[in-house]
Design a protein. Structure first.
Length: 315
C-alpha cells in the first residue's frame, strides 16, 4: 500500500525520479536509498549476500538503479525485476521525498561523513570514461549543467573539495556539490522513525561488519545461519569485493577507467587528512552546522557506535 507519494519530480542528465511511478512494489522488496559515494554498492553486496545466503560472487547488476536514465531504458529495468522470483533489491540516489514510499517495502539508507563523501566523489568523477560522460550527455536538457560540471570540476584533491563545499544551490543540476548531499540527508532524517526504514552508517560497517550485517539481517527478517555466516561476512569485506570485482561489478569496465579496481577505490575514511587545511575543515564545519540539525550532524559525523541509535536521537 502506498504510504506516501513522491512530493516532487527531479530530473537532470543522469536521473529522472518520475521513473519510480512505473514501479510496482512486491511485498518484501528492498530499496537502498542513498546519496552517492556513501557505501551504496557495499550495502548492495551485503543485502545480496543475506538474500541469497551464498558467498559466491554474484553480479550486482540484478539490482537496478531505477532512477538512472543513462544506464538502461526504464522498460528494460522493469522487465528484469518483474521476471525475478527471488526477493528483489533496487537502489536509488534520490532524496527520500522524491520517491513513493510503500508499507510493504523495506528501505535502507546509508550515511557517511561529508568530507569522506567528497574524497570518494573526486575518485569517481576523475575516472569516469568518455563513454560514461557521453551516455549522461545524451539526456542533457537545456540549462542542465551537471554533465559539464562533472567533466570540468577540479581534479586536485584540495581544489575539488573547495569546489564541492562552495555555497551555491541544492538544485539537482548541482548534484556534485555539498548542498545536494546535505539536502539528500535532510530528506531521510525526519523519516527515521518509520518501521520500514533502517539507517546504516559507513563508520559502523567499517568498525564492526559482522555486527552491522546482523543488524541489517534482523531488519530484513532474514534468519542468521551461523554455519555460513563467516563466509558471508568475508564476502562483504572490501578486500573480497575488490578481489571479485570483475564478477560482481561487470559493467564497471565500461564506466570507469580501471573498471572495478577504480570504482572500489580504497574503502577508507579520512583521506582528506594531510590534504585540507584547518581553514578548509572549518569551512565544512560552518556549512554543515548551517545545513544540518544538531542530531543529523552528529549522526553523519559519528554513526551508531558513537552517536547512538538514530531512532532515539533528537533532531
Amino acid at each position: 500500500m502506498l504510504s506516501r507519494a513522491a512530493s516532487r519530480i527531479l530530473k537532470n542528465a543522469a536521473i529522472d525520479s518520475s521513473r519510480w511511478s512505473a514501479y510496482k512494489p512486491r511485498s518484501g522488496d528492498i530499496i537502498i536509498g542513498t546519496a552517492p559515494k556513501v557505501g551504496t554498492h557495499w550495502t548492495l553486496q551485503i543485502v545480496s549476500l543475506l538474500v541469497f545466503q551464498s558467498a559466491e560472487p554474484r553480479d550486482l547488476g540484478f539490482a537496478p538503479w531505477l532512477d538512472a536514465q543513462f544506464l538502461a531504458p526504464l522498460d528494460e529495468m522493469l522487465q528484469m525485476i518483474e521476471s525475478q522470483a527471488h526477493r528483489r533489491i533496487l537502489f536509488s540516489h534520490l532524496p527520500f521525498d522524491a520517491m513513493p514510499i510503500y508499507d510493504e517495502v523495506q528501505y535502507i539508507h546509508v550515511a557517511r561523513d561529508g568530507r569522506d563523501v567528497c574524497m570518494s566523489l573526486l575518485n569517481h568523477v576523475s575516472n569516469m570514461t568518455t563513454e560514461h560522460f557521453d551516455r549522461i550527455a545524451e539526456n542533457r536538457r537545456d540549462g542542465d549543467t551537471l554533465q559539464r560540471a562533472m567533466r570540468e570540476s577540479p581534479r586536485e584533491p584540495r581544489e575539488f573539495y573547495l569546489y564541492w563545499i562552495e555555497a551555491g544551490t541544492s538544485d539537482i543540476d548541482r548534484a556534485d556539490r555539498a548542498d545536494w548531499f546535505f539536502e539528500t540527508e535532510r530528506s531521510f532524517w525526519p523519516e527515521r522513525h518509520r518501521p520500514n526504514l533502517l539507517l546504516v552508517h559507513f563508520n559502523d560497517l567499517k568498525a564492526n561488519l559482522s555486527g552491522e550485517m546482523r543488524h541489517i539481517s534482523a531488519f530484513l527478517d532474514i534468519p542468521v545461519n551461523e554455519a555460513i555466516w563467516p563466509n558471508l561476512v568475508e564476502a562483504a569485506t572490501f578486500d573480497s569485493m575488490k578481489r571479485n570485482g570483475a564478477q560482481i561489478l561487470t559493467k564497471a569496465k565500461y564506466l570507469f577507467r580501471g573498471g572495478h579496481e577504480t570504482f572500489l577505490h580504497q574503502g577508507t575514511n579520512e583521506q582528506w587528512r594531510n590534504v585540507l587545511t584547518g581553514a578548509d575543515l572549518e569551512l565544512y564545519e560552518k556549512r554543515a552546522h548551517t545545513a544540518l540539525s544538531p542530531g543529523l550532524f552528529n549522526w553523519l559525523r559519528n554513526g551508531r557506535s558513537v552517536a547512538g541509535d538514530p531512532v532515539l536521537m533528537p533532531d
